[in-house]
Design a protein around this ligand. Structure first.
Ligand code: HEC
Ligand code: HEC
Length: 611
């Protein structure tokens, strides 16, 4: 390809010893990969090092590890430009680096918490998935000017460009917020690569947690490894592999039609799909399952033949995967991303701090360590437990299958231990949960150890309970998870401060109604939701008991990062923050609100979004 200049530079820059870690003693946590066009190098995002690494594929060694001053998210390469773009989730921006030297060239502004990104075929535009923003920024790659901002489902996460350069596909990780009984849907958004206009929005039915996608070399399909979740059924089918399973959504970009090809087996799941990579000739496709440290090699031609020949019932059958899965093989701990570097498959082994390189013959050619081995503390061990599906029956899911990134999947579940259709509960985020005991919506679990302990195995995993050490470790891991960042857009319009959040805070803290009469202490927001967690850590009743609930008293939820946790209330009945108070019959049962104007409520919501 044309990338000769930067690669020559690269060779010069890298003719030295293995580079020292940027943050000594820290892990690397490799989590995203992109290969150079000629397949000689693989670039690796190492968030725990706040660095990007370059792996020399032929030599099987680490050539460079360079700090970029912030945690990297996704990576994209523009061979024509000799540039690599790195999303910065904590800074709402993109750092563009010289692909040869990893020297920073410029920083571009993006939306809220960018994740995946890709250059258009000609390298002139950069498409950035703003995960928490729920949109895609179409940037001029040279100037950073935002040409367009397009909504793209809930938590748009991965971006891919068609081989002909005409189409950009973006997939969302979380399902759109719907009522508890609605089918969850992720969105695949297809954009015109030249203009950034939306060509098509494809709903992936009953799907969520897509973290990767790829066009087939002939651009006839977009392939998205995704979790098919059956949260609308009571969780009685763990032992039938029916709580969730992994499929490959095969989308025809021309028509928007979707077929779902099962990737699991009848007696073993393929949990937490993380990456997809296809050889240039299209003969071999690889998909990773983070929860079981495995990669499956697929024959896509056979899969597509099955797709066109089979009825949908055939495709639902777990045994169908045998017809197009050529091989399944073990990789290192917690594969987080895949990339094809020529005919070599590169696997980011997140909890191994390594990148594995598999040759065309399928054999491991090299395992490249990104940092020297660092000691494993309880948090690190708990990270392994949390992401490992071995604790669930038939390895069908891990904790992260419902708590992606330690957060919530935003879905409601009916754990049937207390009767089918009874006490249907919304999932809860684990980020920032430390110090917010009691746990569970009904507040009946006094500690995290109790929450994740023996009862949990009975309710959910249908397997042995965690050994005590693993339980201790997973609790340490959960307690280490920081709360999500407050929404920088709260109280602002087009970046301008409107004063809404300050007015909303005054409403939250108020002691008198608009007419001057006093609000009883028990009816004030701040009584039940005091800082720092915005919870009094007690159980209270606010009139939300439904006929399906055994109780009307609930854990007063902490409100940190509440804007990221939709839907709301214990059964997810409120699709937005507003709906908590605008639903019929709420009255003044949940705080004194009936005297508020619509504008007051808007202000209150802006304040909440900024927590
Ligand atoms: C099938 C989806 C699912 C899986 C898998 C899952 N959880 Fe949960 N988790 C939930 C739901 C739903 C709730 C809310 C339950 C309730 O309040 O009654 C929850 C609540 C929690 C809470 C309480 C949070 C709070 O603030 O009250 C913790 C802690 C937790 N889960 C940890 C874990 C751990 C650890 C694992 C893995 C061993 C795990 N979860 C696996 C769905 C899941
Ligand atoms: C008497 C105590 C009490 C008062 C007063 C109160 N809340 Fe709550 N709040 C709760 C409880 C309990 C819940 C959970 C109810 C449920 O899930 O059904 C809750 C839920 C919420 C939620 C949804 C949290 C989530 O994760 O879904 C928000 C937001 C909230 N309250 C904000 C407020 C605001 C703003 C006010 C003042 C207008 C207020 N609350 C007044 C106890 C209270």
């Amino acid at each position: 390809m044309k990338a000769l200049v930067p690669l020559a530079l690269l060779a010069a820059a890298c003719a030295r010893e293995t580079p020292p870690p940027v943050v000594p003693g820290a892990h690397a946590d490799p989590s995203a990969l992109v290969a150079s066009a000629d397949g000689r190098f693989v670039y690796v995002a190492c968030p725990a090092q706040q660095a990007v690494a370059i792996v020399d594929v032929r030599r099987g060694e680490l050539r460079a590890l360079r700090g970029i001053g912030a945690r990297p998210g996704g990576l994209a390469l523009a061979p024509e430009r000799g540039e690599i773009a790195v999303s910065l989730p904590d800074e709402d921006g993109v750092r563009v680096l010289d692909a040869g030297t990893l020297e920073p060239l410029r920083t571009l502004a993006a939306g809220f918490e960018p994740a995946g990104l890709a250059f258009s075929g000609d390298g002139r535009r950069l498409f950035v998935a703003n995960a928490r923003g729920g949109d895609v920024s179409v940037l001029d790659a040279a100037t950073g000017t935002e040409l367009r901002r397009v909504p793209a489902g809930r938590e748009p996460y991965a971006v891919a460009v068609s081989k002909d350069g005409a189409t950009v596909a973006v997939v969302s990780r979380m399902a759109d917020v719907g009522a508890a009984c609605d089918e969850p849907r992720s969105e695949l958004t297809l954009l015109d690569a030249a203009t950034g206009e939306v060509r098509r929005r494809v709903a992936l039915a009953s799907c969520h947690l897509a973290e990767s996608l790829a066009f087939t070399p002939d651009d006839a399909r977009v392939l998205v490894p995704v979790v098919r979740v059956r949260n609308r059924l009571p969780v009685v089918q763990v032992d039938r592999g029916w709580v969730m399973s992994t499929v490959l959504a095969s989308v025809d970009p021309a028509t928007g039609s979707v077929a779902y090809l099962p990737l699991g087996e009848t007696d073993e799941g393929f949990p937490d799909p993380t990456g997809i990579a296809i050889t240039a000739d299209g003969t071999r496709t690889f998909v990773a399952a983070r929860g079981t440290d495995r990669v499956a090699e697929l024959r896509i031609a056979d899969a597509l033949a099955l797709e066109s020949a089979a009825g949908s019932a055939d495709l639902e059958r777990l045994s169908s995967s045998a017809r197009f899965v050529a091989a399944r093989f073990e990789v290192g701990s917690n594969p987080a991303a895949l990339a094809m570097a020529g005919t070599t498959l590169a696997v980011a082994e997140r909890l191994g701090d390594s990148v594995a390189l598999f040759g065309e013959d399928g054999a491991l050619a090299a395992r490249v360590r990104l940092v020297p081995p660092a000691p494993e503390d309880a948090v690190r061990r708990g990270d392994r437990v949390f992401h490992d599906a071995r604790y669930a029956f038939q390895r069908s899911f891990s904790c992260s299958s419902c708590h992606p990134g330690g957060h919530t999947d935003g879905l409601t579940y009916d754990f049937e231990i207390d009767g089918i259709g009874r006490n249907v509960v919304l999932n809860r985020s684990l980020r920032g949960v430390k110090g917010t005991a009691p746990f569970k919506w009904n507040g009946r679990n006094a500690s995290l150890a109790e929450q994740c302990g023996p009862r949990f195995a009975k309710v959910l995993t249908r397997a042995d309970v965690f050994p005590p050490q693993d339980l201790e470790d997973v609790v340490a891991y959960i307690e280490s998870l920081p709360a999500p960042r407050p929404d920088p857009r709260a109280g602002r319009v087009d970046g301008r401060e409107t004063g809404a959040s300050a007015r909303g805070r005054a409403i939250f803290e108020r002691t008198r109604r608009r007419d001057g009469s006093e609000i009883a202490a028990a009816d004030r927001c701040a009584t039940c939701h005091p800082p720092p967690h915005y919870s009094n850590l007690r159980r209270e009743g606010v009139g939300t008991q439904s006929g399906a609930d055994d109780t009307g008293t609930f854990d007063v939820p902490h409100l940190t990062a509440i804007g990221s946790k939709a839907p709301y209330l214990h059964d997810g009945r409120a699709l937005s923050l507003e709906e908590i108070w605008t639903a019929p019959d709420v009255g003044d049962l949940h705080g004194a609100v009936t005297d508020l104007t619509k504008t007051d409520l808007n202000d209150l919501v802006e304040f909440l979004k900024g927590l």
